[in-house]
Ligand binder design. Sequence first.
Ligand code: CA
Length: 237
Amino acid sequence: MNNNPIVLVVEDDASVRNLITTTLKSHDYKYISAANGKSAIMEASSHNPDVIFLDLGLPDMDGIEVIRTIRTWSLVPIIVISARGEDSDKIEALDTGADDYLTKPFSVEELLARLRVCQRRLSIIKEDLHQSSVFVNGDLKIDYASGCVFLKDTELHLTPIEYKLLCLLASNIGKVLTHTYITQKIWNHTDENEVASLRVFMATLRKKIEKNTNGVQYIQTHVGVGYRMIKQLDKCE
Ligand code: CA
C-alpha cells in the first residue's frame, strides 16, 4: 500500500462521518465519503479505495448488502461500524466478508488502530504469503510442507485440530473470524457443541503458542464474536 491510502467512509450520520473524515485528513489519509449504500457501491467501484469504513444502518439499503455487492469484485478490507447491542449484525457482516468492526461510540485512537490492522493485512495479501510454504509471524513459524509449527525454533506439538485452527487463523491474519466461520471450516458444521469445543481447542492452542513469549499475544479473543491472529510487527503501537 502506498503512503497515502484512500479510505472510503460510508456513514449517513453527518457528525460521525465528519469525525472520521477529519481524523483521516489529519493523519494524511485520502478519503472519499458516501451517505448511503448506493453511492457507497458506486464510489467503491469507481475509486478503488484501499480500505472501507461502512456503517451497517444505512437509509437506502442494508450494510450487509453493500458488503455482499462489493465482495463480488473486490477484496478491499471492510471495517463495519455498528451500534452497541447489534452483535448479530456485526457477526453477519464478518461472515459476509467484512474484516473487522468498530462499535459506536468509538475513539479516534481505536479508529486509527483498526485502520493500521487493515493496512497490514492488505500488505500481507499483496505479498501473497498464502502461496508460500512457510508462514512467519514474530517467533511463530508454520512449515506447511512438513506440517510442523515452531516457536523460537522449538517445535510445538499440536493436535490435528489445533494445527487446522492455527492455519486458518494464519491465512486470515489481521481479520476477525467468527465462531460460525471457524466451526464451519473445521467441522463443516455449527451448533452450540462445536462453539463450546472451539473454545476448548482455542484455549489449549493459545497455551501452547503463547507460553514463554513474555506476554506476546498471537490470538485475540473477541468475546461473543470470534478470534483474530495478530500480526507481530509494530511494537510501537
Ligand atoms: Ca446509520
